[in-house]
Write a protein that binds this ligand. Sequence first.
Ligand SMILES: Nc1ncnc2c1ncn2[C@@H]1O[C@H](COP(=O)(O)OP(=O)(O)OP(=O)(O)O)[C@@H](O)[C@H]1O
Ligand SMILES: O=C(O)[C@H](O)COP(=O)(O)O
Length: 437
Amino acid sequence: MPPSMPEYKEGQTRKRNVYDVLEALKGGEGAKNVMVRVDFNVPINSDGKITDDSRIRGAIPTIEAILKSGNNAILMSHMGRPKKVQTGEDDGTERAALSLNQVVPRLKELTGADVRFVDDCIGEKAKQAVSELPKEGGAILVLENLRFYKDEEKNVAAFAKDLASNADAYINDAFGTAHRAHASVSGVPALLPPELCGIGCLVASEVAYLDFSTLGPNDKVAAIIGGSKVSSKLPVIKGLIDQVQILVLGGGLAYTFAKARGVSIGTSLCEDDMVETAKGFLADAEAKGVKLLLPVDAVAAKSFPSGPMSKDDTKTFDMVPGGGIEDGWMGLDVGPKTSALFKEGLAEATKIIFNGPMGVFEIPPFDEGTKALVDALEEDTKNGTITVVGGGDSVAALEQFGKTDAVSYVSTGGGATLELLSGDILPGVAAIADFKE
Ligand SMILES: Nc1ncnc2c1ncn2[C@@H]1O[C@H](COP(=O)(O)OP(=O)(O)OP(=O)(O)O)[C@@H](O)[C@H]1O
Ligand SMILES: O=C(O)[C@H](O)COP(=O)(O)O
């Protein structure tokens, strides 16, 4: 298998991928048009500058494989949530702000290829642009934002059929959107022969890094879940209890668990209606023999900081049953004893997944717990542990500390990463047939 694909063991059942599809396309006259669902839902600032191009870079190995094989790549993606365009209320502002034409210059820089754009994704304009693609292959055609049609999200059959009518084959390399059963994700592959549909290199890598089912008997998986919202991470924590040996909980969500253990939390973030659920999770983890690590100390302030704060204005509390944070104080980071405990607990893991910061990492000195954790991950990576980071804020924290290259893999997914970690099957992956070597 080429280096951009994870390694597969002989006889292992896996998803059909871009290389299988390109093999199946061989023969016949002229270049074929391979339609690729990518996730180019990238952040763009008010000057039109792409501030994080990792999703575009992630799709390049798949695109290059298609171009190298002498075929053309038709790229389709959504960008944002263009509700005004969908309802006809847009005066042109939203259409311009969420047009896929904004990714074309970066795509040209990254591929050096003939990159074209058509300002529709279906209908006559799209058909015309596809018919003009070179017969010798090697070109990229970017279609306009799929979500300019509400039928994309509703997976309307006629819309999927329109899209599929321009495709000789279909590849899903949109990991970030693989949890959405939309027309371009689920509808299009259902309309094409299974041997002409596959996952791309990015989806294959993401699934391999975030999958626990292929681990050996001596492997130990640890998941670190932090961030602010307990409710949004509940399905993940629940799913992880069944999949991992070590579960580390930090960040704002850990205070709901602290309260469930009878530890005072002062004015820290807490979802009171989740305390009973948290109690249930603690019991479930214990019953299943999962090593659960919770913060044993917290760095607190009198109020949420509006900017960097002096350490003199913070106070560290032990987070033990019967004790905890004093009234009027708010926990904003894990303390040094917690950082040491987490580091030690993670050392025995062979694979670590990190999602959600340990504290308010954007504002010093509440960045220290997350920084200490990232340092521990860097050391574990050097010692051969596979370390995977996912989630917008966790990736932002890595960038803030200049440690993006210190871990084994950075996931490009948000919701998709969380759903996969929850143990769910992603529609985008389910839509592709299995392949046995
Ligand atoms: N103790 C705390 N109190 C308040 N906010 C906190 C605390 N710890 C972390 N946070 C905040 O949580 C936010 C990140 O939470 P979130 O749940 O969005 O994480 P994430 O994993 O990056 O999520 P996503 O995958 O949605 O991007 C950060 O802005 C951070 O400042
Ligand atoms: O950024 C994401 O998580 C994906 O592109 C999916 O976007 P959505 O949440 O708008 O479906």
